[in-house]
Design a protein around this ligand. Structure first.
Ligand code: C2E
Ligand code: CA
Ligand code: CA
Length: 723
């Protein structure tokens, strides 16, 4: 429905139009009625008048005829003429004449004042009564009446009178004129009266109604229409007022409803806004969850790969090299197993922060999962990448402060350089991973990808294949390195270290082939061979009077092997070696990976009477107090702490406190990797029990190991220091 403003006429024109139409109609009808009435009364009046005139003329004629015989018989034509003249006094008589039997005129009268008569005389050409009358009688308004003059019932002549109807018509015209005047006056008065009544009773209320309707159209509903009369218009005005009232009320209600609707809308808008904001937040959160690691808030694998692709594209365009690094914490699993996941999480989190602080803003660092971090360094060549790796290791040197303890962490980092080591993201990542694996194996910290070291490289495949037959083919050999007692400089024992000389590729370092042996499932047989060989060697030495203990290294997998202690016992019996002549070196991490199982096996070894040494001590996370519960006789402080202890105060402190605590627990302490006399003297000052390293001798085949049984070679060095 549309509420268009009506384009009405102005009120005064409306008023004029209606009134004029009404008055014209009423006046027209009245005038027509009056006109018709006047016309009919005129006609009937005229008929009556004319009859009356005719009768009068007849009577006059008969009267003259009745008095005429005497005068005719007495030839008194003068009297007769005076009668006729007397008749002429009647205004509407035009002529009168009397004729005798023969039709001869006895007397005649012509009203010469009448212009008709004069016209007739002129037309007749004489005043002869018969000719003039004949002329006059042709006129329609003239009529004639004759009456016989009788005497004794015999006609002696006749009287003829001519009269004109003109005066009757004139009279009637006059009456008609005044009647018309009166009629018109009546019509005018009537119209005026009707107009006034109409205006008062119809126009004014109608105008009020119209004005009211226009107010309604404008939305003004408060001013009611005056109700002047109880008639239909008054009722209409009343109904109109009621309607306006209802409309006003419903308008109010509508306005109220509109207000409520507007309020509702506003609430709805606010709700929608709130929802939208919540959804945005959730979206941001979802994106964060999808792209960022929840623990460290670093980019996750997805985002990291995306960034890597991005850097790759830029590098392709420029073109310039860039570096991809993968870093894996060493023995992180132990941290989790020993201190719980909460500590592990804290550690990762802090390391994440450190790495971010170490790198530039343009570098991307992500956590790919577990303890594995990845870095992409745009516009970076091999040398710069190595510098960054050093920087990272520098930051890792600081122990990580956790809620309840501080932990030392070490990591292995692999580097791949674009385009040298790959031209797509997945190859670069794969090669950085291989380099990292190499770094872990060699404990070298970082390693740049080298095709030669690639697990999937042909070289490695060959080695993996060749190692299976290496023992049987006699390619394996044991070298021995002396372990010297600092107290007196005597050789306390030797450590057996495996060597593999490949027929084509030459010597392969144990850091490379031991993991291969572990992977190919040969470790059981290999360790069996090592112990067998070492014990055989001991029995040879023993025969020469040398009975210092021989240490052999065990793999983590040997500790999982339930049959291993029995096999060991068999070998001891086989070579008739007293158990205390054998020392088993087990790494800290090997014990931590499955502590229950390891403890079981170690107890077995102990029950056999074999001594146990914890190898590479300090690189894992087993605390000394934890060691207290293990059947252990000795710990070997890892080379990493020993090699720089001369310059590095921290290392010295670690070595010193480790020695003290170990002594408190009744354990012997071996320092690994002693390469110079200063370190040796420092260790002697710290009351370290034993030392091993290139300073005393590199690992050699048994036949070349002349230190055995010749402690005097060592002693002078100690004495130099003491003097
Ligand atoms: P490890 O048990 O810690 O052995 C000591 C390593 O330190 C030996 O490396 C030795 O040559 C080296 N070394 C000794 N003194 C010095 C020194 O003064 N300076 C430096 N820089 N290094 C020194 P090697 O023989 O290459 O053996 C590496 C690792 O391979 C061993 O570390 C051990 O974990 C493993 N391994 C060697 N032989 C065997 C074996 O028969 N069985 C098992 N399971 N593992 C073995
Ligand atoms: Ca060892
Ligand atoms: Ca060691």
């Amino acid at each position: 429905m549309s509420y268009r403003q009506p384009q009405g006429l102005p009120l005064h024109r409306l008023r004029a139009n209606l009134a004029v139409k009404f008055v014209v109609v009423v006046a027209g009808f009245t005038a027509l009625t009056l006109g018709l009435t006047a016309w009919f009364s005129y006609q009937s009046y005229r008929a009556v008048y004319l009859e009356h005139q005719h009768a009068k003329v007849v009577i006059l004629a008969q009267f003259v005829a009745s008095i005429s015989p005497d005068r005719i018989f007495s030839y008194d034509f003068v009297s007769l003429h005076s009668y006729v003249r007397e008749l002429s006094k009647t205004r509407d008589l035009t002529y009168a004449y009397v004729v005798d039997n023969k039709g001869e005129p006895l007397t005649a009268y012509l009203d010469k004042t009448d212009p008709l008569v004069m016209t007739a005389i002129r037309a007749a050409g004489s005043e002869d009564i018969r000719k003039v009358v004949a002329q006059i009688n042709q006129l329609p308004e003239v009529f004639s009446v004759s009456a016989p003059i009788l005497f004794n019932h015999e006609s002696i002549g006749s009287v003829t009178i001519g009269a004109t109807r003109r005066f009757v018509d004139d009279e009637l015209d006059r009456i008609l004129f005044w009647n018309a005047v009166a009629g018109i006056a009546l019509v005018v008065l009537l119209s005026l009266g009707i107009f006034l009544v109409f205006r008062h009773n119809i126009l004014a209320p109608t105008q009020h109604l119209i004005a009211g309707a226009r107010r309604v159209a404008r939305g003004e509903l408060r001013e009611p229409i005056p109700v002047a009369s109880p008639d239909e218009l008054g009722q209409l005005a009343g109904s109109f007022n009621e309607m306006m009232h209802d409309l006003d009320q419903s308008n109010n209600e509508r306005a109220k409803a509109l207000d409520e609707l507007r309020d509702l809308n506003r609430t709805l808008e606010i709700r929608v806004e709130e929802r939208t904001r919540a959804i945005e937040i959730v979206n941001i959160e979802l994106e964060r969850l999808a792209l960022y690691d929840a623990l460290t808030h670093l980019p996750n694998r997805t985002l990291f790969q995306d960034r890597l692709e991005h850097v790759l594209k830029t590098a392709e365009r420029e073109p310039e090299p860039f570096a991809v690094m993968l870093m894996d914490l060493d023995r992180f699993k132990e941290v989790n197993d020993t201190f719980g996941h909460h500590t592990g999480d804290q550690l990762l989190n802090q390391l994440g922060h450190r790495l971010v602080a170490t790198l530039r803003d343009t570098d991307t660092i992500g956590r790919l999962g577990g303890d594995e971090f990845a870095v992409v360094l745009p516009a970076t060549n091999r040398e710069s990448a190595v510098r960054v790796a050093h920087k990272i290791f520098e930051t890792l040197k600081q122990p990580v402060q956790l809620e309840t303890m501080s932990l030392m962490v070490s990591a292995s980092l692999g580097i791949a350089i674009y385009p040298e080591h790959g031209s797509d993201a997945s190859t670069l990542l794969k090669h950085a991973d291989i380099a990292m694996y190499q770094a872990k194996q060699s404990k070298s910290g970082h390693c740049i990808y080298d095709k030669e070291l690639d697990t999937h490289s042909p070289r490695r495949m060959t080695l993996m294949n060749d190692i299976r037959g290496a023992i049987d083919a006699g390619q394996m050999q044991l070298y021995y390195q002396p372990i010297v007692a600092l107290r007196n400089g005597t050789v306390r024992g030797v450590e057996a270290l495996a060597r593999w000389t490949h027929p084509e590729k030459g010597p392969i370092p144990p850091d490379q082939f031991i993991p291969m042996i572990e992977q190919t499932g040969l470790i059981k047989a290999f360790s069996h061979w090592v112990i067998d060989t070492a014990l055989r060697q001991w029995s040879i030495w023993n025969a020469r009077g040398i009975n210092e203990a021989v240490s052999v290294n065990l793999s983590m997998l040997n500790l999982q092997d339930r049959e291993f202690p029995a096999a060991l016992a068999q070998l001891l019996t086989k070579w008739s070696v007293p158990p205390h002549a054998l020392m088993l070196e087990v790494t800290e991490s090997a014990m931590m990976s499955d502590p229950e199982h390891a403890l079981d096996t170690l107890n077995h070894f102990q029950s056999l009477g074999v001594d146990i040494s914890i190898d590479d001590f300090g690189t894992g996370y087993s605390s000394l107090s934890h060691l207290k519960r293990l059947p252990v006789n000795e710990i070997k402080i890892d080379r990493a702490f020993v090699k720089d202890m001369r310059y590095d105060k921290d290392d010295e402190v670690i070595v010193r406190s480790t020695i003290e605590l170990a002594h408190n627990l009744g354990l012997m302490v071996v320092a690994e990797g002693v390469e110079d006399v200063e370190t040796l003297n420092l260790l002697a000052d710290l009351n370290c029990d034993l030392a091993q390293g290139f300073y005393f001798g590199r690992p050699f085949p048994a036949e070349r190991l002349h230190l055995i049984g010749e402690p005097q070679l060592v002693r002078p060095i100690l004495e130099v220091k003491r003097s």
